[in-house]
Design a protein around this ligand. Structure first.
Ligand SMILES: C[S@@+](CC[C@H](N)C(=O)[O-])C[C@H]1O[C@@H](n2cnc3c(N)ncnc32)[C@H](O)[C@@H]1O
Length: 198
């Protein structure tokens, strides 16, 4: 059993928990919240495995019920810490696309250290993504987007691409729907891991 910094138990630190054997393509939704994005993704790509995780258990219970109700068989839902998954648990070069949609922006300077995207996080993405794999980041917070462009976009093992070849713009997360209803603009950034990078 693994314990994260926040004391969250990971019952099975074995990647086989995801049964990826039957799925050639794996996508992660980090901090999935209520999971509308994960559900949309799993429905859009039924042949892929979508792994949704969040540290808040309450939202995940409802997401699991929804997946059952809507008969979605290619979605796995885990209560776990994204940093632990990317940092330790997921094997090297195992994931095709990683989504971080509307993460908490931590706008105050003194709280910036709580943001998920950092140079350490960039290293974790590079470890876990397959060559040619994609990191997708979305936020309505311009400052956070700028910082992601700098941290990820300026890493020579990533290449910023204008959009992803697998069109997903119609799939909205719960937070994105709220921001759009309030007239806010949500930016979507895509970065491709260079095929040669390891
Ligand atoms: C602002 S919400 C966005 C939820 C969802 N992505 C959406 O767009 O509707 C951010 C989510 O990230 C989760 N979160 C924050 N830090 C996390 C971490 N280290 N690992 C996993 N989830 C995390 C929070 O619990 C919260 O549900």
């Amino acid at each position: 059993m693994y314990l994260s910094k926040k004391g969250i138990e990971i019952i099975n630190p074995d990647y086989s928990v995801f049964s990826i054997g039957d799925f050639g393509v794996v996508e992660l939704d980090i901090g999935c919240g209520k999971g509308n994005f994960s559900v949309g993704l799993a429905k859009r790509f039924p042949e892929r495995l979508v792994v949704a995780f969040d540290i808040m258990p309450g939202r995940l219970g409802n997401l699991a019920k929804r997946a059952e109700r809507e008969n979605i068989s290619n979605l796995r839902i885990l209560r776990t810490d994204g940093m632990l998954m990317l940092g330790r648990i997921l094997p090297d070069s195992s994931v095709d696309r990683i989504h971080l949609v509307c993460p908490d922006p931590w706008p105050k300077g003194k709280h910036r250290c709580h943001r998920l995207v950092s140079s350490e996080f960039c290293g974790m993405l590079l470890r876990v993504l397959k060559g040619g794999g994609i990191f997708h980041f979305a936020s309505d917070d311009d400052a956070y987007c700028l910082s992601v462009k700098k941290i990820i976009g300026m890493n020579c093992d990533f290449r910023k691409i204008s959009s992803d070849e697998n069109e997903i713009s119609e799939i909205k997360s719960d937070f994105e729907m709220v921001w759009l209803s309030q007239g806010r603009v949500v930016q979507h950034l895509f970065f491709e891991k260079q095929k040669k990078a390891n």
